[in-house]
Write a protein that binds this ligand. Structure first.
Ligand SMILES: NC(=O)c1ccc[n+]([C@@H]2O[C@H](COP(=O)([O-])OP(=O)(O)OC[C@H]3O[C@@H](n4cnc5c(N)ncnc54)[C@H](O)[C@@H]3O)[C@@H](O)[C@H]2O)c1
Length: 333
């Protein structure tokens, strides 16, 4: 992650996309239809370099899910609103990396709102998180595991269901940030970050949906970053995986909203945790960060607790695919 403030304009990218042969009636014509659907605002369709036979247009009749889509959410009257919509009583949550830093705050926030918490993390639990969760009267299960190992995401999701009876909330918080200059940042730095920051979140979400779709409810909350929209020096994989997790959030949201499963992301700014220690202990970098935050302070893990409860609760049932910055205003400056 970069400590250097940066203004990034999102350039209006022009995709040059070539579609099949382009002859009417062949598969290229079908793909052109897709391109118009994908890029409705473009005055002339871009050209694809992807072979048209690689493109599948999902239709309701070709849906791989055995369950019919939910007809629509029940209508809610304004008189039905009550603060208990924010309650997580009776819910069961998985929080990856939920025993340290921001993850620990997510675990405690969900427990305080009423959920049991299944924590999976590569770092051993020293008992602190368990004590905090159990003091709320909720249960906590802990699994020390490397989520990038084959089969572990499935084990975590099934472990939560076996322990508590369901998985209603999944918070994908486990992540790493390795910093190095362009010259020094190679595959050895790139691959582990993609594996945990992106692929593990995908696999956990995929496993969780096998329970959430049949139960017709669920909340998936991915932990993105301000580097889901910014570049940032010294960690191309961090920006790439955090942009990726934002895209994944929107793609899963698009398909899962019909099943009353909301997929959203939180994008923390600069928070004082292990992951940002190098930036905070370098006086120059630390000052650059502070100069860029309208709130004029680093975020504390507690600053994220209300947002995670909101996105995990029924109060956010009509919020789909957002990447919500919690950054003291970092992105507006
Ligand atoms: N701290 C910040 O300023 C900040 C800002 C934006 C986003 N984030 C994101 O928040 C999330 C949590 O970070 P944090 O600041 O709490 O850091 P942290 O280092 O305290 O927590 C990271 C957690 O991920 C777990 N983890 C890492 N690799 C794993 C693996 N292979 N298998 C299982 N668990 C693994 C660790 O055990 C640890 O519990 C990360 O996704 C991070 O990118 C942090």
């Amino acid at each position: 992650m970069s400590a250097v403030p940066r203004f990034v304009s999102i350039a209006s990218a022009w995709f040059r996309i070539r579609v099949g042969t382009g002859s009417p009636g062949d598969s290229g014509g079908c793909s052109l239809l897709l391109i118009e659907r994908l890029f409705p605002t473009l005055s002339s369709p871009p050209r694809l370099t992807i072979p048209s036979h690689h493109i599948v247009i999902p239709t309701p009749s070709s849906s791989p899910h055995p369950h019919p889509p939910k007809a629509g959410t029940p209508s809610v009257d304004i008189t039905d609103f009550h603060p208990r919509l924010f309650s997580l009583d009776g819910r069961n949550a998985i929080v990856t990396g939920g025993n340290t830093g921001l993850g620990q705050a997510f675990s405690l926030a969900l427990a305080k709102a009423g959920a049991n918490v299944f924590v999976a993390s590569a770092l051993a639990d020293d008992g602190t998180t368990r004590a905090l969760v159990e003091a709320t009267g909720r249960r906590m299960e802990f699994l020390k595991a490397d989520l990038t190992e084959p089969g572990v995401p499935r084990q975590v999701v099934r472990g939560c269901v076996e322990a508590f009876g369901s998985v209603d909330i999944l918070v994908n918080s486990a992540g790493i940030a390795t910093l190095a200059t362009v010259e020094e940042f190679g595959r050895a730095e790139w691959d582990p970050m993609v594996a945990i920051n992106l692929t593990a979140a995908f696999e956990l979400s995929h496993e969780a949906t096998s329970f959430m779709i049949p139960q017709r409810s669920g909340k998936i909350i991915n932990i993105a970053s301000v580097f889901s929209v910014l570049g940032g020096r010294w960690s191309p994989a961090y920006a790439a995986t955090k942009h990726g997790i934002a895209g994944f959030t929107k793609a899963y949201c698009d398909e899962l909203a019909q099943y009353n499963i909301q997929v959203n992301a939180l994008a923390p700014g600069y928070f004082a945790t292990r992951i940002t220690e190098a930036t905070r202990t370098d006086p120059e970098s630390n000052q650059r960060v502070l100069d860029h935050i309208p709130a004029a302070r680093w975020g504390e893990a507690a600053d994220l607790m209300g947002a995670v409860v909101f996105l995990a609760s029924r109060a956010s049932d009509y919020i789909n695919g957002v990447v919500l910055p919690v950054d003291g205003g970092y992105l507006v400056r």
